[in-house]
Design a protein around this ligand. Structure first.
Ligand SMILES: Cc1cc2nc3c(=O)[nH]c(=O)nc-3n(C[C@H](O)[C@H](O)[C@H](O)COP(=O)(O)OP(=O)(O)OC[C@H]3O[C@@H](n4cnc5c(N)ncnc54)[C@H](O)[C@@H]3O)c2cc1C
Length: 381
């Protein structure tokens, strides 16, 4: 029933918060419930990266819109969003051919990615070791944003427009009568709701079970770790640098000067977030293969968070038809931060209009049940 208000969002990560912001902007009554504090899930643990370099049309389209929105809101709200580019280092002909295909898709949608030479890559990041690099895929309009300031800004503006955001409020159960959602039971009492949105990412299956979602939506939590180093000269590593050959590594420089990033070292499914020495060994080895000078730096801090993964690394976004009304927007793997503003627009369209111009079909939560997996989305780490 499109057009009904009283939306209750479960989960105060970037997805829930940008959705609350977008619905409030459209004049909807919206409440968000977060069990710990806003951003405390994967969002404040992310690697800051925002890219349009994907390998399928839907993700490229979605990310093109997301970058427009990152630009608009960073200018309006004053948080840091920098279009410093993504640089994928390529080491053999097979990788080059694969990226040529990706670049063709991106160019079709107006994303200006191009193949460049190793020497051009080193002009962008002079510290790179290009001795084994044969080409690079470069899009200067990709970038990075500050997860703390951006999430806080979306939350503050959502509140200003009338959204109610509750922290320390854990959803314990969902009240459903004859297929109709009535409200949710929480650690702070019952909240009424007409429409519920599950934006809990790594915890999505638990919320689905509470609502009695009758369709199989496989989203599992995997531990991914990241590091930040001592600061170095500003401007040393402006873009996000990626090497699939060396550990699926990604790294970039933060506004404070440190190098932030991670590798493909993954554990799970698990809710454990303890740091591991094996990860530290891998990150040190792979980072210094990409930029040998990083050998001189100390790692200041390491942390872990969840990639909430589906079998094709694409999120599950959409309405669960059997319930009146329940939506899911979860399972973002290593790319949910970057997508949030466009996902918020897409889900708000579905809730308020029942349709959207954005490619929601790609993220259809029923695809797993039908056995129709998508092309596996390119994933960092
Ligand atoms: C090391 C690392 C690096 C990453 N790098 C990038 C990157 O560079 N770019 C990028 O785009 N993405 C990156 N990601 C992925 C990104 O962090 C996530 O995809 C994104 O933050 C997901 O946002 P979300 O709002 O869906 O989930 P979350 O931020 O996890 O929010 C979900 C929230 O739901 C709350 N919750 C759960 N259960 C309940 C309940 N019962 N009641 C109330 N609240 C509940 C949780 O407390 C949590 O705050 C990275 C992730 C990691 C771990």
């Amino acid at each position: 029933m499109a057009g009904r208000s009283e939306v209750l969002i479960i989960g105060g990560g970037i997805i829930g918060v940008t959705l609350a912001h977008e619905l409030a902007r459209r004049g909807e009554e919206v409440t968000l419930l977060e069990k710990r504090f806003i951003g405390s899930g994967s969002t404040f643990r992310c690697g800051t990266g925002i890219r349009q370099q994907f390998n399928d049309e839907a993700n490229v389209q979605l990310m093109k819109r997301s970058v427009e929105l990152w630009k608009k809101y960073s200018e309006e709200y004053g948080f840091s969003f920098q279009q410093t580019g993504y640089l994928f280092l390529l080491y053999d002909d097979d990788e080059v051919e694969e990226f040529k295909r990706n670049i063709a898709i991106q160019n079709r949608f107006g994303v200006p990615t191009r193949l460049i030479t190793p020497e051009e890559a080193r002009e962008i990041v002079p510290l790179l070791d290009i001795s084994e690099v044969v080409a690079a895929s470069w899009n200067p309009t990709d970038g990075k944003a500050d997860p703390f300031h951006s999430t806080a800004a979306f939350a503050a503006h959502a509140r200003e427009m009338g959204a109610e955001l509750y922290e320390r409020t854990e959803v314990k159960d969902i009240i459903v009568e004859n297929g109709e959602i009535k409200g949710v039971k929480t650690s702070r009492g019952v909240f009424k709701a007409g429409i519920v949105v599950n934006a809990t990412n790594a915890w999505a299956k638990l919320i689905n079970a509470m609502a009695g979602v009758p369709v199989r939506i496989p989203i599992e939590p995997y531990k991914h770790q990241a590091v930040i180093t001592q600061p170095i000269k500003p401007g040393s590593v402006n873009p996000m640098v990626i090497s699939f050959k060396y550990g699926h590594a990604y790294l970039t420089q933060t506004a404070h000067g440190g190098i932030v990033g991670g590798v493909g070292y993954e554990e799970g499914p698990t809710y454990d977030l303890s740091p591991s020495y094996a990860f530290m060994k891998e990150v040190s080895y792979y980072f210094t293969k990409i930029i040998p000078a990083l050998r001189e730096l100390l790692i200041l801090r390491t942390w872990a968070g969840y990639y909430a993964k589906t079998p094709d690394s694409n999120a599950a976004i959409g309405r669960i038809e059997e319930l009146d009304e329940f939506y899911i927007a979860a399972g973002f793997s290593g790319h949910g931060f970057m997508m949030a503003p466009a996902v918020a627009e897409m889900v708000a369209d579905l809730i308020t209009k029942g349709k959207t111009k954005l490619p929601a079909w790609w993220f259809d939560p029923y695809r797993f049940e039908r056995g129709e997996l998508r092309t596996t989305a390119i994933q960092m780490g």
